[in-house]
Design a protein around this ligand. Structure first.
Ligand code: GLC
Length: 470
């Protein structure tokens, strides 16, 4: 079976969040299982692009409103990722350093999707097109209802939703950029008087999955306006939990960390990594170390982080260290900066995307704090567990499916229900108490490190989903 994954991100070529990790791992494991899976994405101007060699495999053009757009498809030459990686280049639209955040993102991703279909139409056809999130969400509609792509209309399609908060909504005036389509079907493009790419994908694909079962249940009631649509389409919806790439996330062989370790040497290994990390940030290595890694946005409850840390220091004294890594909204960054002085020596925040430092933090920390308001799956808690770092999570989305509270049978983490400073501070209190019981901490670390969260385990669920539509 030949499967094309269409995505805005793919690790290591370009990453803004967990989407990249999933699209950079799933096809690799699918190929190992005998499928022929590959990825197509925009040719963002990243350092991976610059440092690798590429072959041009296709050149084409299409009409885009009253313009003609030329595009090129290139392929990574060394084929070193475990899957073929194709990138679409469109001068003036996709030749940017960032993945998102431009005023013309609607036009950029519309043109990307049309180019992908043009390329598929004129090259070897796959058996299945797997689109990820709204940036690829209009592809199923175009395949079925744009006259030029009639030949593709019988290909099967799957949509994976990594985050339903973002839906790719645009004004109806953008419809003129689409290739000519059957006007009788324009209702499929619409939700709430706008073109809504995610809603359109939901209506047009053969099957939909989100990245955890619990998040799919939540979407039936809260989906940023799409809940009725999820209810209508519930028969084709399912949840498949993400895995993590054990080749990238493995403390036994991780070259980004100072001391490698496994579940039997974790006590020594984690301590060595902690010492190194504490030295780097001027922390006392004898105190418990909490970390937060992620985008500094409302969805991740990053707006409450500074107040939570400050309150916990006030209530419990300078009994712990807290390190924050991530970037996002400048307002949130400034609240996190504002507590630097007060918490000096015990707290630090670094506003950047730093893959290597994140590995060192998972290895050296005692607790990962993840109070997300919305978390479709969450990968960070899985990385933390793999590195023996105790997850402290809000009971939502995929966090609920992957973290069991230590008070429950087979538990290993700390969970809480509500996004409130009080509950978050209380979870820190529970962690501080747990930390004093080092035999228990060791036991929990060992337990977490041996839980199988690999893609090998999850890939079979995707194969089953594909089989159900082919
Ligand atoms: C998004 C979600 C996250 C999920 C990831 C990969 O980033 O916010 O929860 O794990 O996609 O599916």
């Amino acid at each position: 079976m030949r499967v094309i994954h269409v995505s805005a991100e793919c690790y290591p070529m370009a990453k803004a969040g967990g989407l990249a990790d999933v699209v950079g791992a799933l096809p690799k494991y699918q190929n190992k299982m005998g499928l022929q899976a590959f990825v197509v994405m925009p040719m963002h101007r990243t350092s991976y692009l610059i440092h690798h060699h590429w072959d041009t495999v296709y050149k084409g053009s299409f009409s885009f409103g009253n313009q003609t757009i030329d595009f090129t498809v290139i392929k990574e030459k060394a084929n070193e990722l475990g899957f073929e990686l194709y990138c679409v280049d469109i001068n003036g639209l996709l030749d940017r350093t960032q993945i998102y955040g431009y005023d013309d993102d609607d036009e950029r991703y519309l043109a990307f999707q049309i180019a992908v279909l043009e390329w598929i139409l004129h090259s070897q056809m796959p058996d299945l097109i797997h689109v990820h999130d709204h940036h690829a969400g209009l592809i199923p509609f175009m395949m079925q209802h744009c006259f030029t792509y009639k030949q593709l209309s019988s290909l099967r399609t799957i949509l994976t939703i990594h985050n339903a908060q973002y839906q790719g909504c645009m004004d109806w005036s953008k419809a003129k950029l689409l290739p000519a389509y059957d006007e009788w079907k324009s209702g499929l493009l619409e939700w709430n008087h706008q073109i809504n790419s995610l809603a359109c994908a939901l209506k047009c694909v053969n099957k939909v999955n989100t990245v955890s079962k619990n998040y799919m249940l939540e979407l039936m009631n809260h989906a940023n306006g799409l809940e009725h649509l999820f209810q209508n389409e519930r028969n084709k919806c399912t949840g498949i939990l993400n895995g993590i790439d054990y080749q990238v996330w493995n403390p036994e062989h991780d070259e980004s960390i100072q001391t490698q370790y496994d579940s039997s040497s974790q006590e020594f290994g984690k301590l060595e990594n902690k010492k190194q990390l504490c030295f780097q940030f001027g922390f006392d290595e004898n105190l418990p170390l909490f970390i937060f890694i992620g985008r500094l946005v409302f969805e991740k409850s990053a707006d409450l982080l500074a107040a939570t840390i400050e309150t916990a220091f006030e209530k419990f004294g300078k009994e712990f260290n807290f390190l924050v890594l991530g970037n996002g909204e400048s307002k949130i960054e400034s609240t996190l900066t504002s507590i630097h002085e007060k918490c000096f020596g015990y707290y630090h925040s670094k506003f950047e995307f730093n893959e290597q430092l994140s590995h060192q933090m998972y290895a050296g920390a005692d607790f990962l704090f993840m109070p997300s308001r919305v978390e479709p799956c969450g990968l960070n808690q899985l990385y933390a567990m793999r590195y023996g770092t105790i997850p402290m999570v809000r009971n939502t989305g995929g966090l609920k499916d992957t973290v069991i509270d230590v008070e429950q049978e087979n538990g290993y983490g700390i969970t809480f229900e509500n996004v409130s400073i009080d509950e978050m501070v209380l979870s820190i209190k529970r962690a501080l108490e747990l930390y004093k019981n080092s035999p228990m901490v060791n036991l929990l670390r060992k337990k977490m490190m041996t839980i199988n969260t690999s893609w090998e385990k999850r890939t079979a669920d995707y194969t089953e989903l594909y089989d159900s539509v082919i």
